[in-house]
Ligand binder design. Structure first.
Ligand SMILES: C[S@@+](CC[C@H](N)C(=O)[O-])C[C@H]1O[C@@H](n2cnc3c(N)ncnc32)[C@H](O)[C@@H]1O
Length: 264
């Protein structure tokens, strides 16, 4: 099965960034998928398992399953119990029978896979008829700061280029309607999850740190491929560090969301 280089990698600092991002984005995401106590739920690319564990807490007779291909990520997952399990597997070729789950969701995964159309078809296959799929994905150029951060914005565009060279798609968030409709999902609904923060909120610092960490996970590869020099990278990050200390600063971003139903 074709597999691409995962742009963020699985270093300890990257795993910490992912946990931080979970803190910021889990509560609204759990409201979005609105699990019922007896749902069977699947997460595609469950990472370090923080979100899956929080969803499992909402279940009584239901079961939350996370599928993830990286052993390093799986080794960080919370302990399994009746309502929570993690399985090593590739989301292009899900190790589940047809019609298994009430809900299948993916968050920050379609941007990283070699064949998003295949992953979406797999989600359709393993859903029960009438079951629902949920995605929350990046269109990472949605990002804006004030005061503006031109050096970081330039680095961010290089990040998009690199992700595409590695076989991923940092702008997949705007393509989901096309992909899900083509796969045969019905009752599609688009929305966004805002991520707007300003200096006076503690989340502002967490969010800017997440963005810096995001870029940092790709630093070596960006420099190795000559997309930025080490100095340009440092200057771009310094711009965001200064933003964090600017009491007049704010930042705007939104995740792109979609839901769809498998035909009955
Ligand atoms: C950005 S993380 C998101 C993790 C989690 N969904 C969350 O929201 O915290 C993406 C995860 O997808 C995993 N991944 C990437 N490609 C995969 C594939 N083809 N099959 C299974 N997991 C994959 C990566 O190892 C990584 O842990």
């Amino acid at each position: 099965m074709e597999q691409l280089h995962y742009i963020h990698g699985t270093s300890v600092s990257e795993q910490q960034r992912l946990k931080l991002l979970n803190k910021l984005t889990n509560p609204p995401f759990i409201r979005f998928i609105d699990p019922n106590p007896n749902d069977t739920v699947l997460e595609l690319g469950s990472g370090v398992g923080v979100l899956a564990a929080e969803v499992a807490q909402k279940l009584s007779s239901g079961i939350m399953t996370g599928v993830e291909f990286s052993e390093e990520q799986l080794s960080q997952c919370p302990e399994e119990y009746d309502q929570l399990r993690f399985i090593q597997g590739n989301v292009h070729d899900l190790p589940f029978d047809d019609h298994t789950f009430d809900k299948v969701y993916g968050r920050y995964i379609l941007e990283h896979v070699a064949k998003p159309d295949l992953v979406i078809r797999e989600a359709l296959r393993v859903l029960k008829p009438g079951g629902t799929v949920y995605f929350q994905e990046n269109a990472i150029l949605n990002l804006d700061f004030y005061p503006e951060c031109p050096k970081f914005k330039s680095l961010w565009r290089k990040f998009v280029e690199l992700q595409s060279e590695l076989g991923g798609d940092a702008m997949i968030g705007i393509k989901m309607y096309y992909l899900l409709k083509r796969a045969g999902f019905q009752k599609l609904n688009l929305s966004v999850a805002p991520q707007n923060h300003h200096y006076d909120q503690p989340e502002f610092h967490m969010w800017v740190d997440n963005i810096i960490g995001n870029a940092d996970s790709a630093r070596e590869e960006l420099v190795r491929r000559g997309k930025v020099s080490t100095e340009e990278f440092q200057n771009a990050v310094e711009e965001l560090q200064q933003l964090k200390n600017n009491e007049l600063a704010s930042c705007y971003f939104c995740w792109n969301r979609i839901t769809g139903q498998k035909p009955l």
